[in-house]
Design a protein. Sequence first.
Lengths: 255, 255
Amino acid sequence: MAAALEIADLVKRYPTGTEALKGVSLEIGAGEFFGLLGPNGAGKSTLIHCTTGLAQPTAGDIRVFGHDAVHHYAEARLAVGLAPQDLNLDWFLTCEETLDYHGGYFGMPRRERKQRATELLDAFSLTAKKDDRTRTLSGGMKRRLILARALMHRPRLLILDEPTAGVDVELRLELWHYVQRINAEGTTILLTTHYLEEAEQLCDRIAFINDGRIVAQGSSRELADTYGVASLEDAYLELVGRKELSRAHILGEAP
Amino acid sequence: MTAAQIRFLALVRREVTRFLKIKRQTLGAPMLETFLYISVFGAALGSRIDKLHGVDYVVFIVPGLIMMAWAMNAFSNNSSSILQQKFQRAIDDQLSSPASPLELLLAFTFGGFLRGLIVATITFCAAAILVEIPVEHVLVLVPSLFLVGFFFAQLGVLVGVRAEQFDDVSFYQTFLLTPLIFLGGVFYSAQLLPEPFQTLTYFDPVYYMIGLVRYGFLGYSDTSVELSLLFLTAAALALFTMNFRLFARGYKLRA
């Protein structure tokens, strides 16, 4: 069976000359819950944008379930759902229309769109708001609608770009439960986050990306071992060169 | 219906939904403008002007008003819709779908084209209530108006894609489009102008478009109908080709 996502030697150079990705290679197996961690500007969002067609790779290859995601991308795009970091909802549309149009963009027939939208509005507690325009929603509701939109066309690979940034604890836990459930049902998930406990709690494997390169990958335990530290948090602090911030260091327990 | 047809329809429906949701601005305001033009130039000023090329002044200006309504609305719809979606990043939902650059371009084109068609039809109906409007050459009129609508829809797409702020759109509308349309002879015959203004008018492409539409309605034109049609077709195709290339490259749409 083809991997859910295969990235080979991916380079992205912006017209400004900034090289955001410097030959990234990565493979995520079907059904995995995979985390991508790195500091701001490390290349996480650029990698996601290249995978979803929002950025044009300079070089390299991206395959989603074996389908080319760069040039002949139609099949690959059908398999991917993106919940972006920005609350990029269309202000002119209602919640229901947002899901309906998205389903339309992915070629879903009308009856199926209606049924799926009703199901997702219910699942994300948005049924009462279905006829409200998206700009009137609270931040948490927008975040839920963005996740519902990403799931509308039943993607086999769900990409979550910092899905819990700025949301309250209750919603964060709600989203965790939901994504864990759909992962258990077979959806592959690629998650980027700045919350290490989130990655630790949810992800089977994690990759560290820094300065446009994947510098380490493995389970939370394996990453800690790679850096010779006690936890994922300490491994991350090693990565970003701020080990003086680790709890062990502060408590004077560091070797 | 195939998945591609559903997708294209959803992309067009999104554009139509947008302008229908703000119809006071997108349909109401142009109707009021037309009413004012007919009242001020036709009824008030027209009563003091004798016939122009054998027709009443108010009848003489109606073809230009209909063309102007279609042109302005096709342009402003597409330029502002694309810019707004870029600004909110809501366009990412379409860009990350399986839609091809051609489908995206055609869908945006249709949005403005249809809004222009609706406003031009309303303008025609409103004018027909006030004055009797002849239609002398329907086989020239219909393709001419469609080409004008298509040309300005393309121009709107081009400006919307290139624009980075709302000022960019209003700049083209205020400092380029409005002068070209007004100086193209909507409200007068170029033959009435003194030199050098008469010669300068011949460099205004809108002059030839108005000539075509006026010929379709009144059977009279200052310009060569065949050459004008040829020029307009070539210009519309050139703009379409340019826009297609921009969409294929993802110019100012994809990073």
